[in-house]
Design a protein around this ligand. Structure first.
Ligand code: KMH
Ligand code: ZN
Length: 304
């Protein structure tokens, strides 16, 4: 009997882009990050994608101590796969960004596959209804606005992290990033089977249309054959519809307040768990099953 397809739900708890001024639900103290991560795991997230925040103002930090304030609590309360971000903020060097993953050697960490303009522009339509102070909340974080992931950065990160046996969540924000990933595999930086996060709807990357999902998937099939796993992250309003479509295409899904602050059109989510519960219900109602953390470990070949 063939094994039933299981959908891995990743929940990205807080990220580095949204600010506490945008939603009261966005966790930024260690207590809140731990509590929401635990609740998301209980709701069905097999993987927890984690960033750290400064408890005093919610700004991004890549201080390993900030991760140390919530990681043990999450590990003690859940068996979810820990995935530590190497995204940092737009100001950090790649060496600073990988420091938490090097220190904690989690089962997974992110690996961003190309440089790009990233996300916010004050005139972008999707931001115009938020209580968002562009100067205070975003420009202050960056004077370049470029999310830098050069080939040299990727190579340095891959080589430094290689001894840890960490599985990468390869963040691909556009079709070109899939070609970057193929190139990096060809020069020996990453080995199959890889895990790709197709990302849609970040300003600066590919848009959130279903045609684009099909195009990304077809391109990945051509570049990586059968030997890869994939998941979909739709940013903002596209989150649930793209995740639903991905699950029906036998892909995996990512939700969480890092990617969207909303639970439905115009309605802020109360928590990460609320988004996990929603996508889990959709997946199960449509006849699929979700993967437990151990099933995710087996599917992705994690070090455990
Ligand atoms: N913020 C997401 C669009 C990372 O953490 O390295 C992608 C992300 C990047 O999660
Ligand atoms: Zn992230």
């Amino acid at each position: 009997m063939t094994k039933k397809q299981r959908t891995i739900i990743t929940c990205a708890i807080t990220g580095a882009i949204h600010t506490p001024t945008m939603s009261d639900a966005l966790p930024y103290t260690a207590d809140d990050i731990a509590a929401q991560a635990i609740e998301a795991a209980e709701a069905g997230a097999a993987i927890l994608h984690l960033h750290a925040r400064r408890p005093q103002d919610g700004g991004v930090t890549i201080e390993p101590n900030a991760f140390a304030a919530f990681l043990p609590r999450i590990k003690q309360a859940t068996d979810a796969v820990i995935n530590i971000s190497t995204g940092g903020s737009l100001k950090n060097t790649i060496e600073e960004r990988i420091a938490p993953a090097l220190k904690f050697s989690p089962e997974m960490c992110s690996m961003n596959m190309g440089s790009m303009n990233f996300s916010f522009h004050p005139l972008a339509k999707r931001y115009d209804t938020w209580k968002f102070d562009w100067e205070r909340d975003y420009v202050a974080q960056s004077d370049t606005y470029i999310f830098r992931n050069t080939f040299a950065d990727i190579e340095n990160a891959a080589k430094a992290l290689a001894p840890h046996g960490i599985k990468f969540e390869h963040e691909c924000y556009d079709v070109g990033h899939l070609y970057n990933l193929r190139f990096c595999m060809d020069i020996g930086l990453f080995k199959a089977p890889i895990f790709i996060q197709f990302i849609f709807g970040i300003l600066g990357g590919i848009g959130p249309e279903i045609d684009n999902l099909i195009f990304m998937k077809r391109t990945a099939d051509r570049l990586f054959g059968d030997d890869y796993h994939w998941s979909v992250l739709g940013a903002g309003a596209a989150q649930m519809s793209l995740a639903t479509t991905a699950s029906q295409m036998k892909g995996n899904v990512r939700v969480g307040l890092e990617d969207s602050l909303f639970i439905s059109r115009g309605k802020l989510a109360e928590s990460n768990a609320q988004q996990v519960t929603k996508i889990r219900r959709i997946i199960e109602d449509l006849g699929c099953e979700i993967a437990s953390p151990d099933e995710a470990r087996e599917i992705l070949g994690l070090k455990g």
